[in-house]
Design a protein around this ligand. Structure first.
Ligand code: 6CS
Length: 339
């Protein structure tokens, strides 16, 4: 009796401790994931796939915060770096002001436009997959994936074919300084602003145009607010998914693997989806807005903009230094390999 009692006293706490230690519920965390888009946009599709993978393979859950729910892009980044949020999807178009090396994805006429080459470049390219990790780390971010959302297309009130036509046109860009330099080099008058301000700025003629991929232009009615859409061939809208690096470093090996596996699945999935989405975006614009003018600059017309883009590339290298130059060189090699 005495023995039993003694046993009960000593065993119960350890049984409880064991139960607590190995109960899945104790390790089931809710991770917060913020992004710049809605659930049906490319970033949303990626986030939902990532969430599904995490929740299917663990007891953790992911709470997704779509665009607008936690402020603008800059606010979301501050909250992630402070550790209030665990994951963030933010594009170099916004991150570029903080991480100049990330502006490599904005250098005009560097990225491929052929969908197959684009896929290879993002899936297997050494630049995309190896060269940015350490750089993002310096900003408290564990870089997980980089993916495109479609070719950047310029929507304006008037047609343009050369830099002279763009003179005086106020083009909205995201807040990366290199985008301002790009549109200045292209002959326009760029104005940087957050996404939340753009629709109002177009409606009040504060700006005369903007750039975005077709899926986004159609989804947010940017074609309805402009008259012409121009394929200049100067780049892909690119975005990146990151985790707060302290959060990531604090995870055990199993959870890190869980995140890496979910990343691989979501990345593969989105690379296929965006090709379809780009075509869907264009077809929907043609269907719903038949009067909308769609222009594809000829090679000769593009050549003039390409010439101007060289100064922008040099400016990128001036800011991003040797690392930036190495990234550009590697990107060119990756594109050649992908072709
Ligand atoms: O132009 C923008 O600001 C937005 N464009 C896209 C394709 N995604 C989010 C971003 O905020």
């Amino acid at each position: 009796m005495k023995k039993t009692r003694k046993l009960t006293h000593s065993v119960i706490p350890s049984v409880i401790a064991t139960a607590i230690l190995f109960s899945p519920a104790v390790f089931a965390d809710e991770w917060k994931y913020v992004m710049e888009e809605g659930l049906s946009d490319p970033q949303g599709l990626y986030a939902v796939k990532f969430k599904e993978e995490i929740e299917k393979n663990s007891d953790h859950t992911i709470k997704i915060y779509p665009v607008g729910t936690l402020g603008e892009s800059a606010d979301a980044m501050e909250q992630t770096q402070a550790g209030l949020l665990q994951f963030i999807d933010q594009s170099p178009g916004f991150t570029g002001a903080m991480i100049p090396e990330a502006e490599a994805f904005l250098v005009p006429y560097l990225q491929p436009t052929d969908p197959k080459v684009v896929r290879e470049f993002f899936k297997k390219g050494k630049a995309v997959n190896e060269m940015f990790h350490e750089i993002y780390r310096e900003h408290g971010l564990e870089l997980l994936a980089i993916f495109p959302e479609g070719e950047q297309v310029v929507t304006t009130m008037e047609e343009f074919r050369n830099p002279e036509d763009l003179e005086g046109m106020k083009i909205r860009t995201m807040t990366s300084p290199l985008l301002l330099e790009t549109y200045t080099a292209f002959g326009a008058s760029p104005i940087a602003m957050s996404w939340g301000e753009l629709i109002g700025a177009l409606k009040t003629n504060m700006v005369d145009g903007q750039e975005n991929p077709t899926i986004w232009i159609e989804a947010y009615g940017l074609d309805e607010l402009t008259k012409v859409m121009t394929y200049t061939g100067h780049g892909q809208y690119t975005t990146a998914v990151m985790a707060n690096s302290d959060f990531y470093d604090g995870l055990n090996r199993k959870n890190k693997q869980l995140i890496q596996n979910a990343t691989a699945v979501a990345h593969s999935y989105i690379l296929d989806e965006v090709v379809k989405m780009d075509a869907i975006g264009l077809n929907k614009i043609k269907e719903t807005n038949p009067g909308y003018k769609i222009v594809r600059l000829t090679e000769a017309e593009r050549a003039v903009f390409k010439q101007r883009a060289m100064a922008v590339e040099q400016s990128y290298i001036d800011k991003a230094g040797k690392r930036g130059a190495a990234i550009i060189k590697q990107m060119r090699e990756d594109i050649a390999a992908a072709m």
